[in-house]
Design a protein around this ligand. Structure first.
Ligand code: HPA
Length: 283
């Protein structure tokens, strides 16, 4: 029986994180990022407003996959937010695009090699919880991986992390507490919940959403989880925040569309930018 239908084939472990990190270092002008930030669909504006800004197209970075989805720009932006040096990944690779485990792993491993100790992952998500309405911002407390895919499949990179990494506290409680404090300081409301990941690219059926509610999911989406797994494996602390762009399929009035995701994400993205700015400036 084939087990690889619909998910990327298991490939050899990535060899390019060191090469890509070297390209970034050559262009970074001495800036050593402390925090990585990954921007999801429609959230590109979060990369604006950095000082000492350096921009590198993914096409210039070995092992990075130029992104193919609308709303995902595909560039690494270095700079400072307040005094804090950061690396923003504007655009990510998704399993539904056919991204390989290596292509998903490389950006997280580059952040770790550059010196980041923390990564903040952002995304758009559908809501299964009536308390999380469209426009809400929700920090992840945990996840359920229903992608049928793990980015650490294949040979383990022993120098990066262990073969069987723990995912207890996958989303770091202290970093999350910092985000809540930043939301308070910025006068914005942040909620928390469990994210369930599917590969997409089709949206879910109403029956799937009913099933996911019984599994304890508050949010559903097509990203974040592979990055969390790779980042934890590499020893990075992880926080993740979703902008709720819609109520999940079957729980609202109209069928879902990517256009709706982008419009709502842009709106919620401004609020999220305020929280992240307060968080980063307070470090
Ligand atoms: N399902 C999956 N992914 C999503 C959704 C959704 O409802 N909204 C935004 N990303």
């Amino acid at each position: 029986m084939r087990l690889d239908r619909g998910v990327p084939a298991v490939s050899a472990a990535p060899v390019s994180a060191a090469d890509a990190a070297e390209v970034v270092r050559e262009r970074a002008g001495g800036l050593v990022p402390r925090v990585g930030v990954v921007l999801g669909s429609g959230l590109g504006a979060l990369a604006d407003g950095l000082s000492e800004r350096v921009e590198i197209a993914y096409g210039d970075l070995p092992g990075f996959r130029p992104t193919t989805v609308d709303g995902h720009a595909g560039r690494l932006v270095l700079g400072r937010r307040g005094a804090t040096p950061i690396a923003v990944l504007a655009g990510r690779s998704h399993v539904y695009e056919g991204a390989t485990p290596a292509e998903i792993a490389t950006p997280m491993r580059v952040l770790a090699r550059l010196g980041c100790d923390t990564v903040i992952l952002t995304c758009a998500a559908g809501s299964l919880n009536p308390a999380h309405r469209p426009g809400s911002l929700v920090a992840f407390t945990d996840h359920v991986n229903l992608m049928g895919f793990n980015p650490l499949l294949g040979e383990n990179e022993d120098e990066v992390g262990p073969r069987f990494p723990s995912l207890a506290d996958a989303y770091d409680p202290a970093v999350r507490a910092g985000l809540f404090a930043a939301a308070d300081a910025a006068g914005r409301y942040l909620d928390e919940g469990v994210y369930l990941a599917v590969t997409g690219p089709s949206f879910e059926t109403p029956a799937e959403i009913r099933a996911f509610r019984t599994l304890g999911a508050d949010l559903v989406g097509m990203s974040v989880v592979p990055e969390t797994i790779v980042a934890r494996h590499a020893g990075l602390k992880v926080a993740a925040v979703a902008v709720v762009t819609n109520v999940a399929e079957g729980l609202g009035g109209q069928p879902l569309s990517h256009e709706q995701t982008l419009t709502e994400a842009a709106r919620g993205g401004e609020e999220l930018a305020g929280i992240l700015a307060a968080f980063l400036e307070g470090l």
